[in-house]
Design a protein around this ligand. Structure first.
Ligand code: PHE
Ligand code: ZN
Length: 848
């Protein structure tokens, strides 16, 4: 069993690798991989054993050093590695050649080389390359790859530029040294949607989005998104593309969203394929963002990679930050910010609050695949946003230029990243670094004092204990604050207060009348802000705040207070929300966000943070009641908006059209609380785009009258996997909680519940986890059903089982009876013989 890995144990690899030549003869069973590695000892005076990673699935057929087979006594093979004793190694540079056989067809873990519907493809991040050949599978070993692919399949792709393509054989050369996790190959019967891009300095790049024959008409939006990303990275970060071709391939079986392999990005097909009748507005926005994310990795991830996997947020936090900026620039910045904050709270705050809490840069792990988390990605991006706010836009731009010039070609660390900022700005970032090393969501309390024209804001920060980190020192917290006068005008524009102590006060003087404080504007730090504020003041900010995030947040606070404490907050909220919905000067997407109540999970997270025990059934009922009250109070306004917010003409996924649809859908959801689902029924029948059809379907499922709509959709899309994934997910996610587990059980018994497909599995099990009161059913049936499937999945695909186990991460916050049932389910998983390292680590952290 692999021991715990520690950041503090880092050591460079004792060999140098200058070139990797691979030659693969592809077959479902018995793919032959020949590898030639040009190696040299780093210090020939202190020879060390050569240790290469290599999984149990590699069948070693030949091994030579400079053409000679070593004495077998010097070669040791375990299930995880191959060791060649120093005694068998030349002191001068040498060539190690291996030949192994592997079985892609038997690979259900989708890590390394596997087959997805007849397409050979690879997934090597984080440690998949070791399932292809024996290799130093670590990100700080970077080398030039030369790859030969042999197969009768028509399309043969790898990283870099094509050198030769003949019938049955293709050669690729990647001039940019890279770690093995960025290696990729694809072989299959594929067709391309193609375009060209000329970089700023005149390089002609051929662009291809490869899909299965028949899917070309759904690949156009992905291509447009790629072109927009390439242009944006030149314009905003001055980053150009550096090869002659850029290939994107869509595959159906993929553990994650997509992968930034150099010059050959491989995507989960759900993040490439889109047409108005099959994809929703949210899908389009996701596709655009993920295409950009993977493309941006070419600089932040590939040209500059990570020294070790503890540094994962170096590439992921920065790349998420960049894709968020891209979406803000292309669409509405205000709406994007609010959406990102919602994601942070729903996923990252939740993670921070439970047993899986960890810092953006962890210092220990057992299985790195368990650390592709909201903390590493989303909080990693928030930390960069704070850094930019603290140093300013101009200094941020200078620091990034320095980062790209200083570290191009490096495998870098968080320390390198912070040093760049220190050097570019002269600022000491020692305290700021705690955001990277400390887990937990700081709680920030704010108290106001008003005297003689002077407003004093006193803040106190504290971070609750997290696993392994009982006490945490104060962090630098940028608090963006603006002041609104009693008449609704802004009397002090946004000022960023820099809090560095556990307690600190800031004053604003020379004020005529007492202003209303708009705090944590733009969500300037990922903290939980606590302040005493009455409902009238919240309603005032919801009406007048000039900062869109803070304005939305005022409504959110009011809604949470209405949901948790009932009246009078509820009536204040209902009044305020009506005024906002009627405000035609506000962006429809913003109005939609304000009209959508916090989800049940978010309510539970807030209750737990306030020290109470959430009751899932009560939360579900209360939320439904409040929605009904809103609908009753604003019936006419909502139905007018529902009728007005149609979008004339052919469907287009642009932000303005999507915004109107989102407001229409928000009103539909509320009106369904009083019209019995009549509008949804009609909309499902007449809508020609998937956005409105899915919204209508969700309402019908919730009202338990979706029977015929589900049949219609199934008949229409039985052979469209992506639509059927939605069909599976919505039935479980929106089901009345008391039925959710039974619905999931019935669906799991269907022949088309192809559970080994990660998307289908996630649709069903993720759908159940997303049904808060259903998953947390008091009888424990949600826990048991999920545990059974996790155990089954673990044997086939440990990464997926381990990720899905996070459904349980909040269990300690519920009542004792639920807690006992959840724990019993986790213990049942822990006791399973042969449980993967992935799931074992997750489960043991959750029951520690
Ligand atoms: N590096 C990928 C991304 O951020 C995510 C990924 C991780 C994909 C591991 C596959 C496996 O886009
Ligand atoms: Zn990424």
């Amino acid at each position: 069993m692999q021991p715990v890995q520690h950041l503090a144990d880092y050591r460079p690899w004792p060999f140098l690798l200058s070139q990797t030549r691979l030659d693969l003869t592809l077959a479902g069973r018995g793919t032959i991989v020949r590898a030639a590695l040009d190696l040299a000892m780093r210090d020939p005076d202190a020879p060390e054993d050569l240790i290469l990673d290599g999984g149990a699935g590699l069948q070693l057929r030949a091994l030579t050093i400079d053409g000679q087979a070593p004495d077998p006594a010097h070669v040791t093979r375990t299930d995880e590695r191959l060791t060649i004793a120093a005694a068998a190694l030349p002191r001068a540079p040498f060539i190690l050649e291996t030949e192994v056989a592997i079985d892609p067809e038997a690979n259900t873990a989708f890590e390394g080389l596997y087959l997805s519907g007849g397409i050979f493809c690879t997934q090597c991040e984080a440690e998949g390359f070791r399932h292809i050949t024996f290799y130093p599978d670590r990100p700080d070993v970077m080398t030039v790859f030369h790859v030969t692919l042999r197969s009768d399949l028509p399309v043969l792709l790898s990283n870099g530029n094509p050198v030769r393509t003949d019938a049955g054989v293709a050669e690729w050369h990647d001039p940019w040294p890279k770690p093995a996790y960025l290696f990729a190959l694809v072989a299959g019967d594929l067709v391309a949607v193609s375009d060209r891009f000329t970089t700023r300095s005149g390089r002609e790049v051929a662009l291809n989005v490869w899909v299965r024959p028949g899917d070309q008409d759904r690949a156009g939006f992905a291509m447009e998104s790629l072109v927009a990303s390439m242009r944006w990275d030149e314009d905003v970060y001055g980053r150009e593309y550096d090869l002659d071709v850029f290939n994107i391939v869509a595959v159906d079986d993929f553990n994650m969203g997509a992968m930034e392999n150099k010059g050959l990005n491989i995507f989960n097909s759900k993040l490439v394929l889109a047409s108005p009748d099959t994809a929703t507005d949210t899908d389009y926005e996701r596709i655009e963002a993920v295409i950009a994310h993977e493309y941006f990795h070419n600089w932040t991830g590939n040209r500059i990679t990570c020294r070790d996997w503890f540094q994962l947020c170096l590439k992921e936090g920065l790349t998420v930050y960049r894709d968020q900026q891209f979406t803000s620039d292309l669409r509405s910045a205000a709406v994007k910010r609010i959406e990102d904050v919602q994601t942070m709270r729903a996923r990252q705050f939740r993670e921070d609050q439970g047993p899986l809490a960890h810092p953006p840069r962890p210092d220990r792990y057992e299985e790195i695949n368990n650390f592709y988390t909201a903390t590493v990605y989303e909080k990693g991006a928030e930390v960069i946003g704070m850094l930019k706010l603290l140093v300013g836009d101009e200094a941020y731009a200078r620091a990034l230029d320095l980062y790209f010039t200083r570290h191009d070609g490096d495998a870098a660390t968080i320390e390198d990243w912070l040093t760049v900022f220190q050097d570019a700005t002269g600022r000491d970032l020692t305290q700021f670094k705690r955001w990277y090393t400390d887990a937990g969501t700081p709680v920030l309390e704010m108290v106001e004092d008003w005297q003689d024209g002077t407003l004093t804001l006193s803040f106190a920060q504290s971070t609750p204990p997290t696993p392994g980190q009982p006490d945490k020192p104060a962090r630098v917290i940028p608090i963006a604050v603006g002041l609104i006068g009693p008449d609704g005008d802004e009397v002090a524009p946004t000022r960023v207060l820099e809090m560095t102590e556990a307690r600190e006060s800031f004053t604003f003087s020379g004020l005529g009348a007492r202003p209303v404080v708009s705090a944590l504007r733009g969500f300037s730090a990922p903290v939980m802000l606590k302040r005493l504020m009455d409902d009238a003041t919240r309603a005032f900010l919801l009406a007048h705040d000039t900062d869109p995030f803070a304005r939305w947040e005022a409504g959110r606070e009011l809604a949470l207070s209405a949901l948790i404490h009932g009246d009078p907050a509820a009536s204040a909220y209902i009044d305020a929300i009506g005024a906002l919905a009627a405000d035609e000067s506000a962006d429809p997407a913003f109005r939609a966000l304000c009209l959508t109540l916090p989800g049940e999970e978010e309510i539970a997270t807030r209750m737990a943070a306030e020290g109470s025990t959430p009751d899932p059934d009560a939360i579900h009922a209360t939320r439904g009641d409040l929605a009904r009250r809103i609908a009753l109070a604003h019936q006419d306004l909502l139905s007018r908006l529902y009728d007005e917010m149609t979008v004339p003409g052919a469907y287009s996924p642009d932000a303005a059209s999507a915004a109107r649809r989102s407001l229409r859908i928000a009103t539909l959801g509320l009106l369904a609380r009083i019209d019995g689902g009549e509008r949804a029924e009609i909309l499902f029948g007449v809508a020609s785009n998937m956005t409105e059809r899915m919204a209508a379907l969700a309402v019908l499922v919730r009202l338990d009258r979706a029977g015929s709509a589900l049949k219609v959709l199934e008949a229409e899309f039985a052979d469209n996997r992506l639509v059927m994934d939605k069909w599976f997910a919505i039935q479980v996610m929106a089901a009345p909680p008391a039925q959710a587990v039974a619905v999931a059980r019935d669906l799991a018994a269907r022949r088309d519940f192809d559970w080994k497909n990660p998307n289908r599995f996630r649709a069903l099990l993720g759908g159940l986890a997303g049904n808060h009161a259903g998953f947390h059913a008091a009888d424990g049936s949600g826990y048991d059903f999920t545990a059974d499937w996790l155990m089954r999945m673990d044997a086939a695909n440990p990464q997926i089982a381990a990720r899905m186990s996070t459904a349980f991460e909040t269990w300690p916050r519920y009542d004792a009876a639920r807690g006992a049932r959840a724990r019993a389910a986790l213990e049942r998983i822990a006791a399973l013989e042969g449980l993967s390292r992935n799931t074992r680590e997750m489960v043991s952290r959750m029951i520690a």
